[in-house]
Design a binder for this molecule. Structure first.
Ligand SMILES: CC(C)(COP(=O)(O)OP(=O)(O)OC[C@H]1O[C@@H](n2cnc3c(N)ncnc32)[C@H](O)[C@@H]1OP(=O)(O)O)[C@@H](O)C(=O)NCCC(=O)NCCS
Length: 181
């Protein structure tokens, strides 16, 4: 039976169907990928330097299976939190990095991401991480509200600069008066 609401109205937490949080498995990959594709569109990517593709997902899952969690309602995958443990050279500290977090639109504001975050936090603590890291675009208001609500702070700005290489004087195609396809 579908757990999708019949109307566009938001459910209250009391009406929310039971959602289970469990470790991600290999057979969750297609559903996680599909949900991520819906959430992380080009305009809504959390960062410019990472993109949501099957390769990124597979690599993260292969390297960090024990820090990847999913939320399921019945047979439907409704959320995921994919993290990894990071050790920086010359630093004695271990970091727990929450790389991708997403909840299906129909299940937002029901505490699903909070439960995923709590689960991941427990695992990071068990694995001796001292600091948890997240990053997101400064215009991602819902993610910022979520992370701030959960105590994340000490926000640092990172500036991205870009240079268009199509029209660059060193680009031979420009010198020949041709345009890149
Ligand atoms: C950010 C996101 C994961 C939050 O998931 P969620 O399951 O809706 O979050 P929760 O229900 O656990 O929210 C917990 C609290 O965070 C805050 N919060 C979450 N979404 C919010 C929003 N859209 N506006 C304001 N506050 C919000 C609230 O304080 C909320 O508590 P409340 O509902 O009691 O007010 C979800 O909106 C999402 O998937 N966004 C798209 C993907 C994304 O940007 N991921 C983050 C970067 S990887």
């Amino acid at each position: 039976m579908s757990t999708q609401p019949k109307t566009g109205r938001r459910r209250t937490r009391a009406q929310a169907p039971a959602v289970e949080i469990r470790q991600m498995r290999l057979d969750d990959l297609p559903a996680v990928f599909e949900l991520g594709q819906r959430l992380f569109t080009a305009a809504k990517l959390p960062t410019l330097y990472r993109c949501w593709d099957d390769d990124e997902l597979l690599q993260l899952f292969n390297a960090s299976e024990d820090t990847c969690f999913v939320a399921v309602a019945g047979d439907r995958l409704v959320g995921f939190a994919l993290g990894s443990i990071m050790e920086k050279p010359h630093s004695a500290w271990r970091y727990g990095w929450l790389e991708w977090l997403g909840v299906a639109p129909a299940y937002k504001r029901m505490g699903v991401a909070t439960r995923l975050l709590n689960k991941l936090t427990d695992v990071f603590i068990q694995r001796d991480a001292r600091i948890m890291l997240v990053d997101t675009d400064e215009e991602n208001i819902e993610a910022l509200a979520f992370f701030r609500r959960h105590g994340f702070g000490r926000e640092k700005r990172h500036v991205y600069l870009s240079l268009n290489l199509d029209g660059h004087p060193r680009n031979p195609e420009r010198r020949n008066g041709q345009r890149a396809a």
